[in-house]
Design a protein around this ligand. Structure first.
Ligand code: MN3
Length: 201
C-alpha cells in the first residue's frame, strides 16, 4: 500500500514563487490521486508491496491490463515525491558540493546549466517533466511526457521540475517561462547534492 509522503515544509513555504493554493491542491489532490489509483491498480497482485522504483523498472513484467495504470500513476507518485523533496524554503542560489562541481564540469558553468535546463523545460510540449539525470558517469538534461521517469530506463534522476499546467496555472496562467524562472529560487541544493552523492557511488 503506497501512501502520500508528508511535505517537509508548509504549503505556503515556497511563496511567492509557488503559491500556497497550488501547493495544497497539487499535493493533497493530484499527488494523492496518483497514490490512490496506483493502489487500486496493483491491489491483490504480486506487485502490491513492491517499492515504486522497482515497480517502474520492472514495468515489462506487470500484466498488460494494469501496465498503463501503473506507469502513469506509479510515475506520478514517484515523480511528485522527488519534486517535493528537491524544493524547500531555505534554498541556495546555486549548486554546491559534489553536484556543483559535476555541473560545472559537464556544462561549463552553473549559469549555462540553468539556461539549458530552462530551455528544455520551456520547450517540453504539454504535460511533461524536466530532468537532470546521472547515467554512466555523465549528467544530462531532457524532458519526459506524461509521468514517464528516467527510472524506467535505469537512469538516476538528480533534479526534477513538474511542467504539468496544474503545477503553475493558478499563479502563472500561460506564462510557463515565468514559473520556470521562479522555480530556481526554491531548489534545495543540499538535498539535490545528497541525491547525487547516493547515485554517484
Ligand atoms: Mn504535478
Amino acid at each position: 500500500m503506497h501512501t502520500l509522503p508528508k511535505l517537509q515544509y508548509g504549503y505556503n513555504a515556497l511563496e511567492p514563487h509557488i503559491d500556497e493554493q497550488t501547493m495544497k491542491i497539487h499535493h493533497t489532490k493530484h499527488h494523492q490521486g496518483y497514490v490512490d489509483k496506483l493502489n487500486v491498480a496493483i491491489k491483490g497482485t504480486e506487485f502490491e508491496n513492491m517499492d515504486v522504483n522497482e515497480l517502474l523498472q520492472k514495468l515489462d513484467n506487470v500484466p498488460e491490463n494494469i501496465r498503463a495504470a501503473v506507469r502513469n500513476n506509479g510515475g506520478g507518485h514517484l515523480n511528485h515525491s522527488m519534486f517535493w523533496e528537491i524544493m524547500g524554503p531555505k534554498s541556495g542560489r546555486e549548486a554546491t558540493g559534489k553536484i556543483g562541481e559535476a555541473i560545472k564540469k559537464e556544462f561549463g558553468s552553473f549559469d549555462k546549466f540553468k539556461e539549458i535546463f530552462s530551455d528544455v523545460a520551456a520547450k517540453a510540449f504539454g504535460s511533461a517533466w524536466a530532468w537532470l539525470v546521472y547515467d554512466k558517469g555523465k549528467l544530462s538534461v531532457y524532458s519526459t511526457s506524461g509521468h514517464d521517469t528516467p527510472v524506467m530506463e535505469g537512469k538516476a534522476p538528480i533534479l526534477v521540475l513538474d511542467l504539468w499546467e496544474h503545477s503553475f496555472y493558478l499563479l502563472y496562467q500561460n506564462r510557463k517561462p515565468d514559473y520556470i524562472a521562479a522555480w530556481w529560487n526554491v531548489v534545495n541544493w543540499n538535498k539535490v547534492n545528497e541525491i547525487f552523492e547516493k547515485a554517484w557511488k
